[in-house]
Design a protein around this ligand. Structure first.
Ligand SMILES: [Zn+2]
Length: 360
């Protein structure tokens, strides 16, 4: 039965497969409401979701390759959702409406086709988000705005462009080369006609970087309009300048070391001017160098401690026992959990080589 349903109505397929009774109850209630002539201006999906007040949405693998995989906006208008899983859906963009999910704590986007520009700044409006799964996408760094999200405690990101290898080349470059000017080569057809006042209002609101979804002074119609045009803009990582994505700007690479318990994670930002770009890059670079020096100090202290223990051990036990003891210390102090192994490896590489970076 489910195979006869159009893919636009995939959610009906899911609910018919998993919870038939729930769907029948919903239809009965809807029929009753339509008889009472209190039919609100909502889609069937919107009414279905709001009638159940879901707290978890597990929507893994709901789209096949080649499907129209635009996520319906109704999904994001469920204020009770705390857990949203959208793994294996070939997604190449996340709607700005994600910022409506005020109570979202866990977001899984593993195994999709997301790039840096695919994840909107509105994600920062989800101020309760503590876990973000971005493994196995097409990211070449993490979006810079994640650094502003103080609620985050876990960000999984392995399996992106061979674990950010393309971005790690920036690690040893000087400040000028970590800032790239991007040309506005794409012609924006909409610029040939004057934009509406609503458009300019929307641009100004986007630039403020405040949560307009939770602002009652912004009408629902304007909220929907802003969501529709949001991805046409780039938002400066420093100031409130917002510019059409077709216009020029600056891409900035920074490194955070450590980030959420791991070493050396690259971030990508967009800046409206070279001044804003350097104001993002320079402090981040100074922080990175200070962190590298601290790491160096800790590593030297660790080596000295090992040598001290080694000397003591040689005087009291056999050399084979010393070897075993050193090995066990090395394992416990230098390695992290299994899923963090690439970072630990990156950290070792950094310990060996970051002095070159510090003197530049
Ligand atoms: Zn700026």
């Amino acid at each position: 039965m489910s195979q006869e349903i159009s893919h636009n109505l995939w959610y009906l397929t899911v609910t018919l497969d998993k919870k038939k009774e729930r769907f029948l109850n919903f239809i009965k209630r809807e029929l009753q409401r339509s008889e009472e002539k209190h039919f609100p201006k909502e889609t069937l999906l919107g009414r279905y979701l709001n009638c159940h007040q879901f707290t978890e949405l597990h929507l893994d693998g709901i789209f096949k390759y080649g499907d129209d995989n635009n996520l319906p906006k109704e999904l994001f208008k469920c204020p009770s959702v705390r857990w949203l899983s959208l793994k294996y859906n070939y997604l190449d963009k996340i709607p700005p409406d994600i910022g409506r999910m005020q109570n979202l704590e866990y977001l899984a986007l593993t195994n999709n086709k997301l790039q840096n520009k695919s994840i909107p700044y509105t994600l920062t409006f989800c101020t309760k988000l503590h876990t973000l799964m971005l493994d196995n996408n097409l990211l070449d760094a993490l979006p810079g705005f994640l650094l502003k999200m103080s609620s985050l405690v876990t960000v999984h990101r392995h399996g992106n462009h061979n674990y950010f290898k393309s971005t790690f080349m920036w690690y040893h470059t000087d400040v000028n080369e970590r800032i790239l000017e991007t040309s506005g080569s794409i012609v924006d057809q909409s610029q040939r006609e004057p934009e509406s006042l609503q458009f300019w209002a929307a641009q100004a609101i986007i630039g403020l970087k405040v949560n307009f979804y939770s602002d009652d002074s912004v009408t629902p119609v304007l909220k929907d309009f802003i969501s529709d045009i949001y991805t046409r803009f780039n938002v400066c990582g420093l100031c409130n300048e917002t510019r059409l994505a077709s216009k020029s700007g600056f891409k900035v690479i920074t490194f955070k070391n450590p980030y959420l318990g791991n070493t050396c994670v690259p971030f990508q930002h967009w800046a409206c001017s070279y001044r804003c770009a350097t104001d993002i890059e320079v402090p981040a670079r100074e922080e990175q160098i200070a962190a590298a020096r601290e790491l160096d100090r800790q590593y030297d202290a660790y080596i000295r401690e090992c040598q001290k223990q080694c000397n003591v051990s040689f005087s009291s036990v056999s050399s084979s026992a010393v070897a075993v003891r050193l090995l066990s210390h090395g394992t416990s102090d230098l390695s992290g959990p299994d899923d963090q192994a690439p970072d630990a490896m990156e950290g070792d590489w950094q310990r060996r080589s970051h002095k070159n970076c510090c003197v530049s």
